[in-house]
Structures are given as C-alpha cells and as structure tokens.
Design a protein around this ligand. Structure first.
Ligand code: MV4
Length: 504
C-alpha cells in the first residue's frame, strides 16, 4: 500500500504519522503557497498540484488522480474539508482503481442530503427533530409554505437540504416571517451548494451538541464510541470539544450510541463517521446529521479510548475486520479536551492573522498532545482555513484535563502571527465552562456580553517578558514624580506582573 493524502496542514501531518507507524509510504500534494509546508516535508514524496486557490489545487480531482498515478500510490486519504465528503471524488478514486480511505460514495451521497439522512434515521427508528419529511418543492406556493410551517410549529428553522454546519440556516419566530425566510434561505443555499432545496425543523431552544464517533468495517460490524461534546462553538465553528460529556451518563450513552449505530447500519456505512445529535434540556436526543469523514476533533476520542482512528481507517480500507471490544469503546478512560488554535486575532473579532510564523514552540509534557501543521518559516496563507494546530489534553478527570490544557496553553509559543491562545486562557477559567453549564448558544452569548475587553490580559507573560516589564516599570517609577503620572492604577497583567517583580 502507498497512500496519497489529498489534503494539507495538520490533518495531512496526522495521517502521515499514522502511515509511518504502519510502515506505509506517503505522498503529499501541495499548492504554490504550500511549497514549504510541514506536510510536504514530512511525507516520503510530494507532488505540486497547482496554484494557491483551492479550486485550482486541493479541489482538482484530475490533478490528484494524476499525482497518484505518477507516484504509484494505490490509496487516497481525503482528510477533512476539501474533497472529503465529495461523492464524485470517492467514486473517481475507486473508478481509477485506487482505494478510497473513507466511506462508499453511495453513503456520502445518501447522508449529504439532510432530508435523505433524516429519512434513514426515521427508518432506523431513531428520533429526529419534528419537521418536514421531504424537501419543500421549488414551486411551493406561499399557502403551502404557511401550511407546512404551521404543521411543524414555531419557532422553526429553515435548513438547506444540501447544507450542514449551519450554512444557509434561518430561524423563524412566527408565521409572518416564514415566506421571506424561505426565499432568502433558498437563494443562499443555491449559491453556496448549487442546490436551493430547503426543509423545516422545529427549533430546540438551548440544545447541547453531542456526537458519536463510529467505525464500520466491510463485514457489517459497526462500533460506536464514547460521545464527544461540541457545544462550545462560535458562529457554527467548533472551538473546544471534549469527551466524555458532563451531560451524558452511562445509560444515556448506551442509548445514543445504539441510535448512532442503527443509523450507520441503515446507511450501509463503512470506515470512520460521526453522527450528530442535539440533546434537549429534558434529556431527549434527536438525530441531526451525519459527517461522512474523519473529523477535526477525533483526537479526544482517541485519548479516552486508546484507539487510533486513522490506523483503523486504513485497516478497514484494506479489508480488515474490526477487533475492538464494544464495551471498552463505550467506556471512557479519563477525560480529554481539545482547543483549536487558529491564526486569528481574538482582540479583533477573530480576524484572520495570516503571515510568516517566525517561531513556534508547541506544548508538550504529561497528558498533552500537539496535532500541529506548521513549522517555523512557513507563511500561513490567506487561501485556506487558518487553523494552525490542535492542542489536546487528557487526564484522569475533567479538572485534570483542563489544568493540563491551561498549563499547555501558557507553554505554547507562536511568534509572527496572532493566535486564539489568549481567548482559550480566558474561556477555560470561566465559571460556567468549568461547571459544565453550557449549551450551543453559550459562547456567542458570552462573547456578546464582554465586548471590547482584551483577551491578552488573560495570557500570562513569560519570564523574560516579566523581567522586561519589571525593568520598564522600575524606570517609569524612577522618572515619575511619585504621582504615577497619567497611568491608571491597576493596569494590564504585564504592569501588575512587572510591579510584583520590582517589589521582590
Ligand atoms: C438546530 C438547532 C436547534 N434546533 N436545529 C447548527 C449547525 C447545524 N449542524 C445545526 N445547527 C443547529 N440546528 C434545530 N432543530 C441549533 C443548531 C445550532 C447549533 C448546533 C450545534 C452546535 C452549535 C450550534 C449553534 C447554534 C445553533
């Protein structure tokens, strides 16, 4: 076997690591701006596939297949994003005689339609959020739309059939706003997915996002794992994930896992996939959608189950049988948490902060895993998602995992670009987060309530910075007349740290 990784960044590095462990040679692909990227260096071979825009490189099925042919690769790992959930790509790989390290194209197509996926769940006897069973016809009259809305009930959500991840979603509070919401949702879905079909679901007010990772082999065995909780999201982007969830006890865990396995079986699913659920305040859970790929947050599951999901993806693709104890897969050993580190400036509304990474020192030490994708000297491009690393911490308890994460976040150094590390240093000390009192609306509400307060105040200065701050502070004191000038009392964390240092 020889695997071409049709992706870039941290996930390409993650897959290369698994291949190394299995003694499988790897082929990286890269665009113009990724010539000096870490995944290109780490792979055994690398093939240039085009200009920086993804449409002209990482999304070019023809160039990826040519690269596989040219290097003698006989398998393709899609990673996540890009072509990972593109059934045309999966089929093109198998048609070219390549092993696609992922689910069958038919399963991608089936679950890619959100109404199709709902129908599979209903057929499997799994609860779905009350809603419409078929997409709303493109020529549905205003009367028909209103009748369907009344049947579902308010508040409701208009969702894109081809959507997922919150794109093209609209909340409708009352009947008079429905026809307009349908119109805008349709046009948004049309331009985002090339499919303007929409459907309705009753809106749950404060659900938690619980998902079940699973593996399926080619012999009909499905193994569901301990849940992940991904309720900490900003504008439909996950920022913190953990496993297990504080809201799930062993009995509920088994019920959700059984439901997930039933949906996967009914879809004829194989390889790694994830079933998303909404968990309501009253403890009821509802199927939401299925992700037919390896997910960004897969490491938290690996930590609490001691399984390597990428190893299993490859072994399943090679035709091996799953040999995981199902009870062990559902029994978390400790607790794990993941923070997604982005090259974004949290003090500027999470604006992307691309540019040259002058230095990077990842965190390490007990219970810490760095899934990084960037080396010093690399320029974080403007063309793709700006995640530069995932930091995962594990421990015997949630408290231990969080303490290790806070320690690791303080240890992590990135020079040259702004990162979301200061934001996490703040969030992971919030009382409601620490107590597990949150749902999918938590982070956006919390951020709205603290407008303007700098996150940098919460990142502790390192020794050198403290020394510089102390020296500057001593200088200000020496040259001031004792009134403290116009500087306010209190001040930034640096000022306080400097003052403490000077007082020693
Ligand atoms: C919902 C919902 C409430 N009720 N559906 C957002 C992303 C997409 N995958 C589904 N989403 C939601 N669907 C119903 N019927 C609330 C959300 C939602 C959400 C879900 C998971 C994680 C974060 C979220 C943030 C806002 C809304």
């Amino acid at each position: 076997m020889k695997i071409l990784i049709a992706n870039r960044g941290e996930i390409a590095v993650r897959v290369i690591r698994a291949c190394r462990e299995l003694d499988i040679p790897t082929v990286a692909v890269y665009s113009d701006c990724d010539r000096g990227a870490r995944h290109v260096r780490d792979a055994d071979q690398a093939v240039h596939i085009g200009p920086s825009p993804a449409r002209e490189s990482y999304l070019r099925i023809d160039r990826l297949l040519d690269a596989a042919k040219a290097t003698g690769a006989d398998a393709v790992h899609p990673g996540y994003g890009f072509l990972a959930e593109n059934a045309t790509f999966a089929r093109a790989c198998t048609d070219a005689g390549l092993i696609f390290v992922g689910p069958p194209a038919a399963a991608i197509t089936l679950m890619g339609s959100k109404t199709g996926a709902r129908a599979v769940a209903i057929r499997a006897g799994v609860p779905v959020v009350p809603g419409t069973d078929a997409p709303l016809g493109p020529r549905a009259t205003d009367d028909e739309i209103a009748r369907e809305g009344a049947r579902v009930g308010y508040p409701l959500m208009v969702k894109a059939v081809a959507g997922g991840g919150g794109k093209g979603m609209r909340v409708v509070e009352s009947p008079d706003a429905l026809v307009n919401a349908v119109r805008t949702a349709r046009s948004e879905a049309g331009s985002a997915f090339g499919d303007s079909a929409v459907y309705f679901e009753r809106r749950l007010s404060r659900p938690r996002h619980i998902e079940i990772q699973l593996l399926g082999d080619r012999y009909g065995t499905i193994v569901p794992f301990v849940e992940r909780e991904c309720s900490i999201q900003r504008r439909h982007q996950k920022v913190v994930e953990e496993s297990p969830s504080l809201a799930v006890d062993p009995h509920l865990r088994r019920r959700i896992a059984d439901a997930a396995a039933s949906v996967a079986s009914a879809a004829g699913y194989t390889n790694a996939g994830t079933i998303e659920f909404l968990l309501d305040e009253d403890g009821s859970f509802y199927f939401l959608e299925m992700n037919t790929r390896l997910q960004v947050e897969h490491p938290v599951t690996e930590i609490v189950t001691s399984q390597d999901l990428v190893h299993w993806q490859i072994r399943i693709a090679r035709g091996e049988r799953l040999s995981i104890d199902p009870d062990q897969a559902l029994t978390p050993d400790g607790h794990a948490i993941e923070c997604r580190i982005y090259a974004e400036d949290p003090d500027e509304g999470f604006m992307p902060s691309p540019g040259l990474v002058r230095a990077i020192r990842p965190a390490a030490g007990p219970g810490v895993r760095d899934d990084g994708g960037v080396i010093p000297g690399y320029t974080v491009p403007i063309f793709y998602d700006s995640m530069i690393a995932k930091l995962i911490a594990g421990g015997a308890s949630r408290g231990e995992a969080i303490a290790r994460m806070l320690r690791a976040l303080r240890e992590y150094e990135v020079l040259g670009v702004r990162t979301t590390i200061p934001f996490f240093l703040w969030l992971l000390r919030e009382p409601d987060f620490l107590a597990g009192r949150f749902d999918t609306t938590y982070l956006d509400r919390l951020l709205a309530s603290r407008r303007g307060v700098s996150f940098s105040e919460f990142s502790e200065a390192d020794e050198e910075t403290i020394a510089i701050a102390a020296a500057l502070d001593a200088m200000f004191r020496a040259f001031s007349n004792g009134s403290g000038g116009s500087r306010p009392a209190g001040g930034s964390a640096w000022t306080i740290a400097g003052r403490q240092e000077a007082l020693r």
